[in-house]
Unconditional design. Sequence first.
Length: 285
Amino acid sequence: MGRTPNFFIAGAAKSGTTSLFHYVRQHPDVFMSRVKEPHYFCVPDFPERFEGPGDQGFNDNTMRTLEDYMALFDGVQNERVVGEASVYYLTFPQVATRIHKFNPDAKIVFILRNPVERAYSAYMHTVRDGRETLSFEEALEQEAARKEQNYQPLWWYKEAGLYAKSIETYMSVFSRDQLKIFLYEDLADSERVVRELLSFLHLRDDVHIDTSIRHNQSGKPKSRAMYEFFAKPNAVKEVIKPFLPKDFRQKLGQRAKSMTLVKDKPSPKTEKMLARYFREDVLHL
C-alpha cells in the first residue's frame, strides 16, 4: 500500500473526531495526515471557495488536487495504518463511492452524536471562535440562505446532523467489517473506544495511548481575551515554548482553553423543534 491512505475518520462534525484523531495517531503503527480535515473526497461537492466568516482557514486546509492530498502522507515509513480525518465525508453521501474507488480495502470510522446536541455544539463552536453573531434560533432560520452563500458545512447546524443516507451509502459499497460506528457517549470511556478501534484496525494494543484530553470542545468564552490568549499564538507563549515539552504544552493548552468555556443548552422549545426535524432520519438510521 505504501503511503496510500487506508483509514478514514469520516465524521460526524462536533462528535469527538478530533480527540479520536489525536488518540490514534499516538500508535507507532499509525500515520495520520499532517493536516486534519483535508476533505479531498468532498471537493466535487464543494464550491470553489467557502465564503462564511472565518472560512478562510477551512479553504486553506482543503486539498483540491490528488498531488496536494498525497503530499500529506510523504512522511509515511513502515506504518501499517495510514489515515486522515475529514468530518464532512459523512455530510455528502457521494463520498463513500469516491473513497471506495480510491481504496476499496479502506476502513472507515464514524462517531455519531445526538443530532440536536450536535447542532448546538456546532453553533457554540462558531460562537466560541467569534464568528457567529446570531442567536441559535436566528441562525437556524438563516441556514438555507447561508448555504446558498457558500458558508462551509460547519454552519449547516441542522443538515450536517442528517446521517442516515450517508451511512446507508457507506454500507452499500463497503463490507460491514470495514465500517466501525461509535456513539459520542462512548467517549466517556475513551480507553475502551481506543481498544476497540485498535482491534478494528488489527493493531497491537500494548501501547500507551493518552486519552486524558478532550480536544476542540465548544462553549461560550467566559472572557474573549482569556480564551484567545490560550487559543492563539502570542509573545508570552513563544517565550515559554522552549522550556516545555510539546506534548505537555498541548495538554496544558487544551485544558486551559476548556476552563475558559461555559457550556450551554438551547431552549426547550428549540430542542423540541429540532427533535421533530431529525425524527425520521434517526428512525431510518
